[in-house]
Each structure stands twice: as C-alpha cells, then as structure tokens.
Design a protein around this ligand. Structure first.
Ligand SMILES: Nc1nc2c(ncn2[C@@H]2O[C@H](COP(=O)(O)OP(=O)(O)OP(=O)(O)O)[C@@H](O)[C@H]2O)c(=O)[nH]1
Length: 447
C-alpha cells in the first residue's frame, strides 16, 4: 500500500523537524538579538553618563560650586568652550554623550541640555540627563522645571556625581539611548545574518528530515511488510534485520523473538493436531475392527451394509448377503486348544479377505460367524464366489496349524432385497446357513 508523502512518516518527521527548528531558531535568534540590543543600550547609557559626569565635574570644579558656575557661565557654553568648535572632546551630542544623529549637531544638543524653560527645542534628544540636587530640585534640563522638585520615580534612577569627593548633584537619565549609525549598521548586519542562518537552518532541516525520515520509514516498512507476510499456513516465521540498538532496534528484536516463539508454538500446535487426528483415526479404526482377526466388526458391517442396501434400492442394483459359520468349531477348541481355535479364526479371516473384491464388505459377525455383503451381485453370482470361499477354507493347509486339524464352513445366501432391509436379508441367509448345517455342513445354501 502506497502512502502519500504528506501523510508518511517521512513527511511528518520533516514537518516536525521544520517546526522544531523554526521555533528554536526564532527563540534563540530573538533572544540573542534582544540581549545584543540590551548590551548596546547599556553601553550607550554608560558612555553618555561618563561624558555628562565629566562635563559636570569640570563645570562645578572650575567655579567651585554649582551656584557660582551657573552665575558665571551657561553650562552648554562651558561645554562648547571646553570641547572647542569640533566638539572632539565629546563626540556625543549634548550632555547625553551619544553619537550625533542625522539632523543633530553636538552644539545643538549641548545647548538643549542646559536650555532654560521656554527655550526653543528643534527636536528633543531621545536620551539625555537632567541634573538635580540632593533634595531633588532640578538644576539643569528638565524642560523648564528648574528649581522644582522631581518625583520619587525619577529620583530612584538618579546617579550621584561627586565633585572633589563630595556629592552635591545627581544625574537623572531621561529618554532612551539612541544607537549610532555604525551601531545600527552593525545590528542590521547581525539581523540579516540571523535571518540567513534561520533560512539555512530550515533548508538543512528539510533535507535532514527527508533523509532521516526515509531511513526511518524504510525500517518501519520492513516491519510492516514482515507483519503483513505472517500467515497461519506456515509463513509465521518472519525475521527483519536489526539495524541499531535504539527503540526501532528493540522493536525489530522484539518482533523477531515474537515471530520465532509464535512459529514454534504454531508448529507444536500443528504436531499436536496431527497426533490428535492420527489418534482419532486409530480410535475410529479400532472401533470398527475385530482385534483378533483385524476384520471389520459387526457394527461396521451393519452400518455399511445398510448404506449398500439403500444404494441398491435407489439404483435398482442387486445385492447379496452371506452368513457363514465354522463347522464344529467347539470341537476344534476342545480337541486342539483355544489358541489353535484363535489361529483358525485368523486364517479363515485371511482367506475370506484374499478371495473377495475390495467393494465387498467382509466382517466377523461374532464368535466363529462371518458375514459378507456382495454389491451388484445376484444370488447365483454370489453362490459361485461363496463356493470358491468354502473350497478355499476346506483346502487350506491346516496341517501347518495342527496335523489333524480340518476346517470347513457352512454358508447361507440371500439376494432378496424385497424383504425390506439388510437385517431381514441376513435373517433369510441365516435360514440358509441353518439348512446347510442341517443337511451335512460344509456347503452353501441359497434361499
Ligand atoms: N478360540 C475361540 N473360540 C471361540 C471364539 N468365539 C467363540 N468361540 C467358540 O466357538 C464355539 C462355537 O460353538 P457352537 O456354537 O456350539 O458351534 P459349533 O461347535 O461350531 O457347532 P456347529 O456350529 O453346529 O457346527 C464355542 O465353543 C465358543 O466358545 C473365539 O474368539 N476364539
């Protein structure tokens, strides 16, 4: 049976691997990118703080105190003066200290850090510092909130700036750090590399899924085909190769063992069945045989002769029955021994069997009495054959058994099917036998 690739193990395994790799790649790539961004932000924030701290320390240090410094020179002018026109001292715009962004200038940013309330802002820097005193009052920045106290939420993030070993001011970060063009380019390249890696991983996963799925599917197919080949009529023993020691290998080993055990059990069962059938046949044979002469017994004769009679009636065939009895058999037993009597019975049985057709039903009816049913035989035809039997018995070399032994048989015959049954025909033949005995024995009398 062919299975569509989509629904095959190979297809499912490939899809599972693809899903797993996509999920893993997205999770790992996303986390790595996020961590990288965090790292960049932290570095940018720290650099900005260092620059701002340096400027403030220089500003206050130059004038002795914040109040003096503010009275003497505006902070952004101090910074401009300190850095010079190129601003090379601090490449980051404003007190925030980040690299200049397109459309921004260092001077512009620096001016805005110290700009008084109401000053014109071309564009708010995305990240800068507000300077507060130890009581939380705004000293610098804060979009016109000078001398007002900032809230606890902002003070929580304030970082102290010490001047000459004393902390009088704190820097509060405002906004989020902006990355430089170089950083952005670097991060863009990283993102592109991650995307390409993700695509490559997916392609590799599909190929690996198809290859591994194919190998895995082939091993499953071996098992499936072996199971489908198992038949109760002798094909139970199926063995598959064990390729590995993993679960598939264990499954293959377990299947091989199960198939071997099943096959052994099946063979044992078949042998037992054969023995039972043979014993049943022996028992059946024993039940229809006379143990002394091995001839059919009375039961068998009654069954078979009744069938023969029915067939004869149905087809209009003739049928004859003979009842024979050994003459003076009691004297044989008495004069020569019971064992010689048995031997006589065995030999008579042999003579009767050898001198009749395979279609004739020959049986020992009891004691020294024998019966024969002749299918498709008139009484005249049966009489000729009974006469031959009688002569054969008389002429047998009985001297081999005992020098003085002489054996003869008297017989009665009947072919009158109109009597209604085989039993009635036997009864009529028995009358003939009686007549044969009465008229001198060793003869055949038809009735
Ligand atoms: N040895 C031996 N004798 C048997 C067997 N079955 C029956 N007999 C004997 O056969 C004898 C039959 O004797 P009777 O019925 O008197 O008949 P008979 O002596 O043959 O006399 P007629 O039939 O009148 O000629 C009996 O003595 C039985 O014991 C047997 O299986 N073996």
């Amino acid at each position: 049976m062919r299975i569509n690739l989509l629904f095959s193990l190979r297809g499912k395994l490939t899809a599972m691997l693809l899903l797993a790799s996509l999920t893993a790649a997205l999770a790992v790539g996303g986390t790595a990118y996020w961590l990288l961004m965090q790292d960049f932000n932290a570095t940018a924030r720290e650099t900005a703080f260092t620059n701002f701290q340096t400027d403030i320390q220089a500003y206050i240090g130059t004038y002795g105190s914040w109040e003096n410094a503010r009275r003497n020179q505006v902070f952004h002018e101090f910074v401009m003066q300190r850095r010079g026109p190129s601003g090379s001292l601090n490449p980051l715009p404003g007190a925030g200290g980040r690299p200049a962004l397109p459309g921004e200038t260092d001077a512009g940013e620096t001016r805005r850090q110290g700009a008084p309330a109401g000053a014109v802002h071309h564009r708010d820097p995305p990240f800068h510092f507000m300077l507060i005193d130890t009581q939380g009052h705004v000293l610098l920045g804060g979009d016109g909130r000078q001398d007002t106290a900032v809230g606890e939420d902002l003070r929580r993030h304030a970082r102290p700036i010490s001047v000459n070993g004393k902390v009088d001011v704190l820097a509060v970060p405002v906004g989020s750090p902006q990355l430089s063009t170089q950083d952005k380019a670097y991060l863009g390249a990283m993102r592109e590399a991650l995307q390409n890696g993700l695509l490559a991983a997916c392609a590799l996963t599909v190929v690996m899924g198809l290859v591994f799925g194919s190998r895995f599917g082939a091993r499953v197919r071996e098992l499936t085909s072996a199971i489908q080949s198992m038949r109760a009529d002798g094909e139970i023993l199926q063995q598959v190769p064990v390729h590995s020691r993993d679960e598939m290998g264990l499954l293959a080993s377990a299947f091989n063992r199960m198939s071997r055990e099943l096959s052994q059990a099946h063979s044992a069962l078949r042998r037992t069945n054969e023995q039972v059938q043979s014993q049943a046949a022996q028992l059946k044979e024993l039940s229809v045989r006379d143990p002394l002469t091995q001839m059919f017994n009375r039961r068998y004769f009654d069954e078979q002769s009744a069938l023969l009679y029915q067939q004869a009636m149905r087809h209009g065939w003739s049928v004859s029955v003979m009842v024979g009895d050994l003459d003076y058999f009691k004297s044989i037993n008495d004069d020569f021994s019971h064992a010689i009597g048995d031997e006589v019975l065995r030999r008579v049985a042999l003579i009767l069997r050898k001198n009749t057709r395979s279609t004739d039903i020959v049986a020992r009816y009891g004691g020294e009495e024998f019966v024969i049913a002749f299918p498709e035989s008139t009484v005249q035809q049966a009489a000729i054959r009974c006469e031959a039997l009688r002569a054969a018995i008389e002429q047998h070399t009985w001297q081999e058994v005992h020098p003085e032994l002489r054996v003869t048989m008297s017989m009665g015959l009947c072919d009158d099917t109109k009597r209604g049954s085989i039993e009635k025909m036997l009864a009529a033949a028995d009358e003939g036998l009686y007549e044969a005995k009465r008229s001198g024995r060793n003869r055949v009398v038809s009735c």
